[in-house]
Design a protein around this ligand. Structure first.
Ligand code: SF4
Length: 223
């Protein structure tokens, strides 16, 4: 009787090295590009626009809005309908226009024109949940926080890194699995990987660089 060699464990260092190879070959995500401007306010606004919206649409909508106004006071001074028109066709563009204007107004009036660098204050803004707050903390301020979106939640479970039902549970579970120096970058790595290879409905397992160690938890159909 032959015994199969055990599958090596997925370690954080191995995982990140493989994900970096995937990211090296593709265009940066919109939020990663906005982050290079080192402006937490623009990052926050782009993040609100990005919710339930394709990356390419977020890129164009953010660029149109920031071409007209890019400061809290500037955006707060725009009529809501103008913001909505600029960010169309982002999902829920009317609601987001109202939220973006209110966030801009509050930052201008109540936070000395500076995005607050703490989670509770960010969560108090309309349209801002843990995902957005953590992204702004991490990419905007360099404060370790794991931004768990649909890609991070799905792929972390498929890889067996976590066994969770909600993004919030995934955030807490990943904090126990990943060393803190990976917390900020893991979102961009997994978003890129999710867009390129580990798709929601039919992941490309046959050409996946993680396939030799991935238990493919919950994957029913793949290419
Ligand atoms: S092997 Fe398949 S399920 Fe696992 S990470 Fe790769 S694409 Fe995703």
């Amino acid at each position: 009787m032959t015994t199969r060699a055990p599958v090596p464990r997925i370690t954080p260092g191995w995982l990140v090295a493989r994900l970096e190879r995937v990211r090296d070959g593709v265009r940066p995500t919109t939020l990663a590009q906005v982050e290079r401007k080192r402006d937490p306010f623009r990052l926050l606004v782009a993040c609100v626009i990005s919710l339930r919206t394709k990356d390419a649409v977020t890129a164009q909508a953010s660029a149109r809005l920031f071409a007209v106004a890019r400061t809290p006071a500037g955006i707060a001074a725009l009529p809501e309908a103008r913001i909505a028109k600029l960010i169309f066709p982002a999902g829920f563009y009317n609601t987001k226009a109202r939220q973006i204007r209110e966030i801009a107004r509050r930052i201008a009036d109540e936070h000395s024109v500076t995005v607050p660098a703490n989670r509770e204050a960010l969560l108090a803004f309309p349209g801002v949940g843990r995902k957005t707050a953590n992204l702004v903390l991490g990419l905007g301020f360099g404060i370790p926080a794991i931004c768990v979106d649909t890609h991070v939640h799905r792929i972390s479970n498929r890889l067996g890194l976590v066994a969770t039902r909600t993004p919030e549970q995934t955030e807490y579970a990943l904090e126990k699995v990943l060393p803190q120096h990976y917390w900020i970058d893991i979102n961009d790595l997994l978003v890129t990987f999710g867009q390129q290879i580990c798709h929601p409905t039919s992941p490309r397992c046959s050409s996946c660089p993680l396939a030799d160690r991935c238990p493919r938890v919950g994957v029913l159909r793949s290419r």
